[in-house]
Design a protein around this ligand. Structure first.
Ligand SMILES: O=C(O)[C@H](O)[C@@H](O)[C@H](O)[C@H](O)COP(=O)(O)O
Length: 267
């Protein structure tokens, strides 16, 4: 089934009538990127986020994808992680493990989660060090215009305040340019301690998909996507997601898209 796509200056919009349609389109998109990347580079490097996104990936563990995706070529990372034990209900790793990773034949050593025995600061620097080793061997590609890793796909959710990963509005973390992975200890959304990819890493990816559902996020979606009345100095984190050479796609449901100007919501 082909779903409608709208090209805008802020990337491609895919607006869906139901969560089921959104999830069907999202997993097909991921499967196509995985195929293309495995064909071109022999691997697929994907960074996950937490939140409702993971539930929308559930169809990846069902037919046909459980059998058609080349799971052993997947290398899995997190755009952000809560600094809690991996068995803690707040852990983004646990969420993905329970919701997807234990249901598909990924190779455990390809799953790059944080070291949960460290402080936020040390976990961030160790996570960055691990990524640097994989960039050195080119398992993770490198950006053509800076030294940043170029993940094949970064998946982001967005909060009603416009945060993505653990990049929150008005937080100094938005200005971090010289690190790939950084940490915060005062996250406005609990738990307070997080590690997160920085904006330069997100914006160096080959593909970035932002998945947003629900009417309580409609205003942030409007500010993140509609240019006219927001202005260039907006610091809404989701608006700062602007892949330099990569492709940006927004997966929205109708409620989240409700305040977008000039975009017909397909019925
Ligand atoms: O660790 C986190 O808190 C998440 O990575 C976060 O960035 C999430 O993606 C958004 O808060 C959206 O979450 P929902 O989709 O559940 O609203």
């Amino acid at each position: 089934m082909a779903f409608p796509r709208v090209q805008t200056s802020r990337g491609e919009l895919r607006i869906h009538e139901s969560l089921d349609d959104l999830s069907t389109d999202l997993v097909e998109y991921i499967s196509e990127l995985s195929d293309a990347s495995v064909k071109e580079r022999g691997v697929f490097t994907i960074a996950l986020s937490g939140g409702s996104l993971i539930g929308l990936l559930g169809k990846l563990s069902e037919a046909p994808y459980n059998k058609t995706i080349d799971w052993v070529k997947w290398y899995i990372f997190w755009t952000d992680e809560r600094v809690v034990a991996k068995s803690h209900p707040d852990s983004n790793y646990k969420l993905a493990k329970d919701g997807l990773l234990t249901k598909v034949p990924v190779i455990p050593s390809h799953v790059h989660s944080i070291n949960d025995s460290l402080s936020a600061e040390d976990a961030a620097s160790e996570y960055e060090f691990g990524i640097r080793q994989l960039v050195k061997t080119r398992l993770i590609s490198v950006s053509d215009i800076n030294d940043c890793p170029k993940f094949d796909l970064i998946l982001l959710g967005m909060g009603p305040d416009g945060h993505v990963a653990s990049l929150f509005p008005d937080h100094s973390v938005l200005g971090v340019k010289d690190e790939w992975v950084t940490f915060i200890t005062d996250c406005p959304k609990p738990p307070p301690e997080r590690i997160t990819f920085t904006l330069p890493v997100i914006n160096s990816a080959s593909n970035v998909a932002v998945v947003v559902t629900g009417g309580q996020k409609a205003e942030a979606v409007r500010q993140a996507i509609n240019a006219a009345d927001v202005g260039p100095n907006s610091v809404l984190p989701a608006r700062m997601v602007e892949p330099t050479t990569g492709k940006l796609v927004w997966f929205l449901d109708q409620q989240a898209a409700l305040k977008l100007d000039g975009v017909a919501v397909s019925k």
